[in-house]
Ligand binder design. Structure first.
Ligand SMILES: Nc1nc2c(c(=O)[nH]1)N=C([C@H](O)[C@H](O)COP(=O)(O)OP(=O)(O)OP(=O)(O)O)CN2
Ligand SMILES: [Zn+2]
Length: 123
């Protein structure tokens, strides 16, 4: 089994209800994102898949979040804009865009700060 990791970041604003009093106020984070792509087999070039493809597709997903007010985004119209839901959204959207047999987006971590991160782990 092989696993690739690509990282990126984005800035956005959000509010969270029912988490903590201070989270209810409009505020922002510079989220640091770690994406893991997993598979069994290497290609003829000796790689699971080109990092460049993962980065290119990840950028398209991140562009849907960067410099937005997450609570007003269609993406979070039915779910809270928590780091958990952000990580799950990135994982599912990237999986859909990569769509290569035998390769899956296995894990995405969304770090809100140096000390706090939520991770979505695919089935
Ligand atoms: N499980 C989760 N818990 C919290 C989330 C979340 O997405 N998932 N989000 C928040 C808020 O975004 C909040 O802005 C962060 O609050 P807090 O962790 O208190 O951040 P601080 O910058 O104040 O961090 P300190 O390390 O305490 O200074 C809250 N919880
Ligand atoms: Zn926050």
């Amino acid at each position: 089994m092989f696993e690739l990791k690509v990282t990126t970041r984005f800035a956005a604003a959000h509010r969270l209800t029912m988490v903590g009093k201070q989270c209810e106020n409009l505020h922002g984070h510079n989220w640091h994102v770690e994406v893991y792509v997993q598979g069994e087999n290497l290609d003829k070039g000796g790689v699971l898949m080109d990092f460049g493809i993962v980065k290119k597709e990840l950028k398209k997903v991140i562009d849907t979040l960067d410099h937005t007010y997450l609570n007003e985004s269609e993406i979070f119209k039915d779910v809270p804009a928590s780091s958990e839901h952000i990580a799950m959204y990135i994982a599912k959207e990237l999986e859909r865009r990569i769509d290569v047999d035998g390769i899956k987006v296995s894990r995405v971590s969304a770090w809100e700060s140096e000390n706090s991160c939520a991770t979505y782990i695919a089935d």
